[in-house]
Design a protein around this ligand. Sequence first.
Ligand code: SF4
Length: 338
Amino acid sequence: MKDRIIQNRSQASIIEELNDIRDKVPGFTGTISDLGGPTANMYRLGCADPKAERNCRRPSCVFPKICDKLNTDHRHTIDLYRKARQVEGIKKVLIASGVRYDLAIESPEYVKELVTHHVGGYLKIAPEHTEKNTLDLMMKPGMGAYDRFKALFEKYSKEAGKKQYLIPYFIAAHPGCTDEDMVQLACWLKENDFECDQVQNFYPSPMCNATAMYHSETNPLKKVRYKKRETLTVAKGERQRRLHKALLRYHDPANWPLIREALVTMGKGHLIGNGPKCLVPTEDSVAKTGHQRRSGRHGTQRFATKHPKQPDIRQPKTHKPKTHKEAGSKANRRDKRS
Ligand code: SF4
């Protein structure tokens, strides 16, 4: 995808590549692990009005809302999925990630096709955040779209008789994201029983709006005038970045002292305690240092979120999914890993 223009290969070219993979990849098992790339469900979508497209100055066709002129017909994607499934020697075609769920909900038929035939138990999607002001800076849809997609995902999974889970990805310390936003995100994770195993902090990278926000501490999506600009809070210091990351892992005892300290400073002491709405307990049970845990390299990892009731995606398939009870306390689980 370049700017607002999505580059599409022909269906024949994609099918030809599937044939090639089948015939030329040694040890090919018949499973295509991810068909679709970064924009799984934007195949053949685009502006329906060429004149408007030529003159258009909007930075996005899908934000702040889906443009009326955007063709959101998922028929080509559905057709591609069906053709791919028919290729001889291909047993399974999966879509692992990259689904634009705000567009997907425009086509329940697409969600049904996806959920019934192309999810291998888990589907990663990227709400990135839960708070509107941060989502606006990311030009991402609000959580209402996530909730509607989740409802369709669960409905069609049930109809297909499959136990499947959504894995939402989030990012910490995005420019514009305040401590308050991160606390709200952590509360959402807690409320929805999600535990993030591997988390990522935002790092500036070339050619993206967020990098301009990070360095200028200004919102480039709004008009910038001399001495008149919308300034942004940017988590840059070591402690604040550590706090944002820690809040994504609110369940990790090693993060509790830092979170407690921040909650007290923010006047949110009511989130400390043992009640169901509290983020961290009053006292550490089994606190471990970062070095004792296997949380991996700082900031560069894939973001894996796990619902405590979900089977652990890192376990070999032969393992029986653990229930929360079987898995024992969270602290015990961490003991076993270290
Ligand atoms: S008019 Fe709408 S659909 Fe067309 S390019 Fe602009 S924002 Fe995208």
